[in-house]
Ligand binder design. Structure first.
Ligand code: FAD
Ligand code: SF4
Length: 438
């Protein structure tokens, strides 16, 4: 971990860099072009993976990009951010032959970057059919829905409360996977299809739910999740204790030197994929020590194994069976986190008596799970939620209010970008099936 400002930016260099032509051709020619390819089934957007790879092998990059992007409009993002080990590449038959799987994500990036980042139009909006759809949020779910609807002739307007569109794809993805500028460039390419995005416009505040329901033929809820709520332990108001999503968003939009953690000790609380991203990025911001503290054991940790390995490689220390019970401070600033050790007794997680200890630190990042936007959802009459606060919907994304569809994290409780895009697109097709005939 370097303390040089220039090195900090280098620490966030592309994790899966763009392949050159030679590397892409060699990799494409390794593909076995499987019949009934398992990689397609493992991709939530069902991209014809052998099909797009075959086109790379014949240098038909535009044709390859078309195959990818007609299935997944955010294919350029997904090429960078999909946990491919768990999805397409995890299903590659080469594993059975004890060979490395095809690098599908990197080939996907090779094919799509030139089209998407150079803003070459590939799909056009269909002639208008007179129907209007409002989308709440401009994250991957809404963008997937709006792009599909625009190509079917709908006028689409995304209302986004943030200053920029893209949701967590813009403000949440680890910067070494995809930077802020790339996420925004892709959205500009999507907007060329006639998708309108009104930023700095919060539904329920700057624009009323009633006006959306009156002025549009259908509404899509792609609102994602809330921030990480407080843990309810003493000391959380101390300076230096933060919602890790705020921290991640800040490091995406500001120069790395301004958010440097050089010389600091950071404790990240949580065991999921958001916690692991906060851990790795803290290390890359130059922190002297980074602890990821999780209340259960290593086997129960939800963060992907490959992400855990990356964090360890970056020098992070994992602390298991550690339940935070208080945050300590001096002069209004955090100085440490007090933990009690846990153990599973008769299937239940229990505190171990007399096992309290303190980890000294300067920064605490809460990554213990995002809340739900229950207040916003409740503004939409007839839209029901389940016991966990997730929006209830049918397979096709229609909610319990027949004029409202949904998809993405507000339904799943938090999955991947590729799932949100797939659900947005599926909802668009359902909206078209219901409205298109009228
Ligand atoms: C830290 C972090 C890292 C992640 N890393 C990865 C990764 O590496 N790979 C991956 O595939 N996935 C990753 N994910 C998950 C992925 O980002 C989400 O699954 C995906 O963004 C969900 O898309 P969405 O459209 O449902 O929600 P979001 O991306 O959350 O978008 C919802 C949008 O709705 C807007 N909104 C909410 N309320 C209102 C309102 N009242 N008015 C107007 N707009 C509103 C929000 O501002 C937001 O822009 C990560 C998630 C997190 C938290
Ligand atoms: S979208 Fe993601 S899961 Fe699907 S093929 Fe591309 S990298 Fe794999």
């Amino acid at each position: 971990m370097s303390d040089q400002p220039s090195a900090l930016a280098t620490n966030f260099a592309d994790y899966k860099p763009l392949m050159d032509r030679n590397a892409a051709l060699v990799e494409a020619n390794r593909c076995l072009n499987c019949f009934d390819a398992p990689c397609i089934r493992a991709c939530p957007t069902a991209i014809d993976i052998p099909g797009f790879i075959k086109k790379i092998a014949t240098d038909n990059l535009k044709g390859s990009a078309r195959k990818i992007l007609e299935a997944n409009i955010l294919g350029a993002s997904c090429a960078r951010v999909c946990p491919t080990q768990e999805l397409c590449e995890g299903a590659c038959v080469l594993h059975d032959l004890h060979e490395e799987p095809i690098q599908i994500g990197r080939l996907q990036r090779y094919a799509t970057d030139r089209v998407v980042l150079e803003k070459k139009p590939l799909f056009a909006a269909a002639p208008k059919n007179g129907k209007r759809v409002a989308l709440v949020g401009a994250g991957p779910a809404s963008l997937g829905c709006a792009a599909e609807l625009a190509q079917l002739g709908y006028e689409t307007v995304c209302f986004e409360k943030q200053a920029q569109p893209g949701g967590l794809n813009t403000y949440g993805i680890a910067d070494y996977k995809m930077d802020y500028a790339t996420a925004l460039a892709e959205i500009e390419w999507v907007q060329q299809m006639g998708v309108e995005i009104r930023c700095n416009t919060e539904v329920g505040k700057d624009v009323s739910v009633e006006s959306l329901m009156n002025d549009f033929d259908a509404v899509f809820l792609g609102i994602g999740l809330d921030g990480v709520g407080p843990l309810g332990i003493p000391g959380e108001d101390l300076d230096g204790v933060r919602d890790c999503l705020e921290f991640i968003a800040e490091l995406k939009v500001r120069p790395k030197e301004e958010v440097s953690l050089v010389g600091k000790t950071v404790v990240v609380l949580g065991g999921g994929n958001t916690a692991i991203d906060a851990t790795t990025q803290s290390a890359r911001l130059g922190a002297e020590r980074v602890y990821m503290a999780y209340r259960r054991d290593a086997a129960a940790m939800g963060a992907y194994k490959h992400e855990q390995e990356l964090a360890k490689k970056d020098g992070a220390v994992f602390v298991y069976n550690a339940q935070p019970v208080g945050i300590e401070g001096a002069n209004g600033k955090v100085t440490g986190v007090k933990f009690v050790k846990t153990a599973v007794v008769n299937g239940r997680l229990e505190y171990v008596d007399g096992s309290e200890y303190v980890l000294d630190c300067d920064v605490v990042l809460r990554a213990t799970g995002q809340g739900k936007l229950t207040g916003l959802i409740a503004m939409f009459d007839g839209v029901e939620t389940d016991s966990k606060g997730r929006v209830k919907s049918a397979e096709d994304g229609q909610t319990t209010n027949p004029k409202i569809w949904t998809g993405g994290d507000c339904v799943s409780g938090g999955k991947e970008v590729v799932n949100a895009v797939a659900e947005g697109k599926r909802a668009a097709q359902s909206i078209h099936a219901k409205l298109g005939a009228n």
